[in-house]
Design a binder for this molecule. Structure first.
Ligand code: AMP
Ligand code: GLY
Length: 443
């Protein structure tokens, strides 16, 4: 896909931008936004220990749940644009609240965030709009789930209805596992999940993430990305938030992209409009390219992590204008994104034990990193009293590089990773295996 015309300039003040969130995703957004000369300051609430290593960035100690205090501070700082990273504040209606207070906000309201926070609602939404997705059954009790599981002639997956921090999808290998998963959800293992479970046809095919920046009616598409959800090499082991990614994904040919636009992206936006949802933010389409064409696995109401860290370095300095235009509902009809002609890859360094229990507070040593087209975005870090960088999450650092091909990109990323040390550091060595010629020759 060629994405090569320029996006027009902002006519508005864009000196102070606020980003809400504390992950690698938010740091990469801050990094891309501060590249624009009009932007003087990027604030992060709360950000993490890596945020202030990024030019123009400052963390603010404010609790976003203390809304009066938050708004007062944002008026005082003359915030021109707010970007909300994670799904929880979006699902809690923070974007609605800040818009009511006259801020420009990139991020959907609570109504739009429902695409992510209720799987059953999202499935019905797709059904209403005739959007290709796996068959599904919405069940209200374990008894009802049992009936469907026992009578089903096709393999099923089991999904929690509400937000479950990436842990709400089960891919059972047997009827027994399927029953256990449904029972555990109804037994409250995931808290209040609307007392609903979604059973879905298990579909097959490679996965790809597509992001559309949407102004309510119009949209632009970012370069696609492929995430690596499984913990271990050869895509084995438990699901994680994402162990690495690359962009663009060659799997997404013009043929498929065209189909995705016509059959998925445009019908999604039309259906949002039909339902009177003014969606101003990013729609994340988690897709599977099946034998019968692309299907939606899930929607998210935010950027993917680590896809965002991977894609942001491909954006030019006008990226922030697109976010602003979305927030104002005024993307132009032929809006295009100017991107680098390089490719990008990201490897995540995690704490030992992730995605289960892990230790935090371990000192991190970062040696001399190749700074040319390479970035280290902190995902989960904090600072000790003496200013020493410490691990503070399951996913600790995102190591990202760009170059003319994926072999060079990942060679650089892994060379940089060798200069990073903390006790129990873990990363997959095969991120990008689908696009690394040197790796596929070895295998
Ligand atoms: P999600 O948390 O919805 O992104 O799901 C996590 C992962 O579960 C996806 O990336 C897929 O690999 C897998 N998955 C979800 N739904 C299905 C499905 N209907 N069929 C097969 N795999 C699925
Ligand atoms: N990388 C997957 C996600 O952000 O949900």
């Amino acid at each position: 896909m060629s994405i090569n015309s320029t996006s027009s300039k902002s006519l508005n003040r864009l000196e102070n931008v606020l980003i809400i969130g504390n992950g690698g995703r938010e740091n990469s957004l801050a990094w891309a936004i501060q590249k624009n000369d009009l932007v003087k300051k990027v604030y992060l609430i709360p950000g993490n220990a890596g945020s202030e290593r990024i030019d123009k960035c400052e963390r603010l100690k404010i609790d976003i749940n203390k809304q009066n205090e938050l708004v007062e501070k944002l008026y005082f700082l003359k915030i021109d644009l707010i970007v909300i990273g994670p799904e929880i504040p979006l699902a809690n209606g923070l974007a609605d609240y800040l818009r009511e207070k006259d801020f420009k906000v990139f991020g959907p309201g609570r109504d739009g965030a429902k695409l992510e926070y209720s799987k059953s609602w999202a499935k019905e939404f797709m059904q209403d709009a005739n959007i290709p997705t796996a068959k599904f059954w919405k069940v209200n009790s374990f008894e009802e789930a049992k009936k469907i599981i026992y009578s089903s002639s096709i393999p099923l997956v089991v999904k929690v209805d509400g937000l479950a921090s990436g842990k709400g999808v089960f891919i059972p290998e047997s009827t027994k596992e399927c029953l256990e998963a449904a029972e555990s959800i109804f037994n409250g293992k995931f808290g209040n999940t609307n007392n609903l479970v979604v059973l879905e046809e298990k579909i097959k095919g490679p996965e790809v993430s597509v992001f559309a920046l949407c102004d309510g009616k119009k949209y632009v598409i970012l370069p696609s990305a492929q995430d690596h959800k499984r913990l271990n090499e050869k895509d084995k082991g438990p699901n994680t938030g994402g162990m690495g990614a690359y962009s663009p994904a060659p799997l997404l040919t013009d043929f498929y992209l065209d189909k995705i636009i016509k059959e998925i992206i445009e019908p999604t936006i039309e259906e949002l409009n039909k339902k009177n949802i003014d969606y101003r933010g990013v729609i994340y389409f988690g897709l599977m390219i099946t034998e019968s064409g692309p299907k939606v696995i899930e929607y998210n109401c935010r950027f993917g992590d680590p896809e965002c860290q991977t894609i942001m370095p491909l954006m030019d300095q006008n990226f922030v204008f697109l976010l602003e235009k979305c927030s104002m509902g005024n993307l132009s009809n032929d809006e295009k994104i100017k991107t680098s002609n390089k490719v990008s890859g990201c490897v995540i360094a995690t704490s030992e034990g992730y995605p289960n229990e892990y230790r935090t507070g371990l000192p991190i040593k970062i040696g001399e990193i190749d700074s040319c087209n390479c970035q280290v975005f902190d995902s989960g870090t904090s600072l000790s009293k003496n200013g020493e960088l410490l691990t503070d999450g399951g996913r600790v650092l995102s190591i990202v590089c760009q170059d003319k091909n994926f072999d060079i990109v990942f060679e650089k990323a892994y060379k940089n990773l060798k200069k990073i040390h903390f006790d129990g550091i873990y990363y997959r060595n095969d991120i990008g295996h689908q696009v690394r010629k040197n790796l596929s020759e070895e295998n």
